[in-house]
Design a protein around this ligand. Structure first.
Ligand code: NAD
Ligand code: UGA
Length: 468
């Protein structure tokens, strides 16, 4: 199997499929890239003539879409047509944690991956390279291969061959385009040299050869889970120390800096905060834990369980502080929530720390005014209406979505800075003191606000990881 790739199909037009294929289309003008999805709504949004309305907010993405959409990048719901014409098919579908049955709460739910494999098995023609882009448990390539092989002999008039590669994606939301254009590494796992070369040739259009690592399939699949586990472990490590800073008078920013300047440790991913969110860290560690348990490696799984425990504890700790500072009760008090996305520069709210924080505040009887510069009202409502801890009618009457920082802050008793949006570091607190109920506390979980100015303006400040 060695041929020039002319047609790529990507199954899944999500946070990974959309940006990844846009970048491939940008750098490979001679390849037609077709992104398909079962969601009619999502594909309609990707095809919106106004590129500021595409479904994913990601700096630099709409400009690329503008330049390649309709030329060599296409979004469609026609799976059959696009799979059958593809030489290479990326599987980029969601792999959330199972919510029922065996492995519930830990194992990855692979039903969308399996469905993709069946679609490929049914519609593909000739020689097809199937690339795992989704993050998957070790050995999923074997399952995909088995499904593909079982359909292979159905139509003997058009003999078909399949090669499965693992090519995990390491982009982070908010910096996806930069991460894709300047990756630290590109990882390709597989058994077939020719298929690996076909994929490598695509990346060589913009990535240097020394950054492309080739491994066996299982190392590639496991490296992705391990990378996410290590990154989240650093966040839990620094968050665990943030509590000790508050107790002792040390300052987490100073500690992070001092620790991170050791080149063996490095300075990235040492920002303490309200715990990691996002669709992947928690699910990928849970998946790692499940795999370890499956292989009887109890000590390894317990080690990684702690990373999640610390993350949950960090959010609980923040609520305890809010209650303590607001005289032990927040029933009927108004709290402004600044930021709802799980991090800055994205409109993604999946597993956002803001959800847990809002849930606990609602249980305590607070009224919330939520502002996020990029998350729309419907997404915030959807996140909060899913909560099971309070009746929907209570949730409905417990929050409103504000259209500006000023609206969110006015009349409130406390302000929680949850997301690290740059706008929040630029707030001129002098302008807001007259509109709040005094004494008004700011709880800065990201250590980003101008606390000197806020203090001088009359606010009371609690900064995560600092005792002052
Ligand atoms: P997503 O939910 O945003 O997108 C997945 C898309 O796949 C959805 O639009 C869904 O409709 C579509 N889909 C599901 N089954 C389908 C099928 N059978 N046929 C056609 N379309 C189908 O998910 P995502 O955030 O893009 O993540 C996808 C994978 O990439 C996951 O495994 C995730 O762990 C991994 N990943 C995500 C990120 C990230 O930043 N979000 C980064 C690296 C890796
Ligand atoms: C993460 C990884 O960084 C990507 O490499 C990976 O591809 C992706 O998961 C994935 O597999 O989905 P992402 O979740 O988009 O990317 O964003 P991160 O920048 O990693 O942030 C995750 C969470 O950790 C956020 O809530 C962020 O605020 C938090 N964080 C990050 C901290 O609290 N402190 C830090 O120092 C860094």
């Amino acid at each position: 199997m060695q041929k020039k790739i002319r047609n790529i199909c990507c199954i899944g037009a999500g946070y990974v499929g959309g940006p990844t294929m846009a970048v491939i289309a940008k750098y490979c003008e001679d390849i037609q890239v077709n992104v398909v999805d079962i969601s009619i709504e999502r594909i309609k949004e990707w095809n919106n003539p106004d590129t500021s309305k595409i479904p994913i907010y990601e700096p630099g993405l709409s400009e690329i879409i503008e330049s390649v959409r309709g030329k060599n990048l296409h979004f469609s719901t026609d799976l059959e047509e696009n799979i059958s014409s593809a030489d290479m098919i990326f599987i980029s579908v969601n792999t959330p944690t199972k919510t029922k049955g065996k492995g519930s709460g830990k194992a990855s739910d692979l039903k969308w991956v399996e469905a993709s494999a069946r679609q490929i098995a049914k519609f593909s023609k000739g020689q097809t390279i199937v690339v795992e882009k989704s993050t998957l448990p070790v050995k999923t390539a074997q399952t995909i291969k088995e499904i593909l092989e079982s359909y292979k002999y159905l139509d003997t008039n058009s003999p078909r061959t399949f090669e499965v590669l693992s090519n995990p994606e390491f982009l982070a939301e908010g910096s996806a385009i930069n991460d894709l254009e300047n990756p630290d590494r590109v990882l390709i796992g597989g058994n077939c040299k020719k298929a690996i070369t076909c994929l490598e040739e695509i990346y060589l259009n913009w990535v240097s050869k020394e950054k492309i690592i080739k491994t066996n399939l299982w190392s590639s699949e496991l490296s992705k889970l391990t990378a996410n586990a290590f990154l989240s472990q650093r966040i839990s490590s620094i968050n665990s120390i943030s509590a000790l800073c508050e107790a002792t008078g040390a300052d987490i920013k100073e500690v992070s800096k001092a620790v991170g300047m050791d080149r063996r440790i490095g300075n990235k991913f040492l920002n303490s905060g309200p715990g990691f969110g996002g669709s992947c860290f928690k699910k990928d560690i849970l998946n790692l834990i499940y795999i370890c348990d499956h292989y009887g490696l109890k000590e390894t799984s317990s080690y990684w369980e702690k990373v999640i425990e610390i993350n949950d504890w960090q959010q609980k700790r923040i609520i305890d502080v809010v209650l303590d500072k607001l005289f032990g009760t927040i029933t009927g008090k108004t709290i402004a929530i600044l930021g709802f996305a799980f991090k800055a520069n994205t409109n993604d709210t999946r597993e956002s720390p803001a959800i847990k924080i809002c849930e606990e505040l609602i249980i305590e009887g607070a009224k919330l005014k939520i502002f996020d510069p990029k998350v729309n009202e419907i997404d915030i409502e959807n996140c909060l209406y899913q909560l099971k801890s309070s009746p929907k009618s209570v949730i409905q009457s417990s929050f409103e979505v504000s259209n500006s920082i000023s609206n969110a802050i006015s009349d409130c008793d406390g302000i929680i800075v949850v997301t690290d949006w740059i706008q929040f570091s630029e707030i001129n607190w002098v302008n807001h003191i007259a509109s709040v109920r005094l004494p008004c506390w700011i709880f800065d979980t990201r250590s980003i606000i101008n606390s000197k100015l806020a203090k001088e303006s009359g606010f009371k400040i609690w900064t995560l990881g600092s005792s002052s």
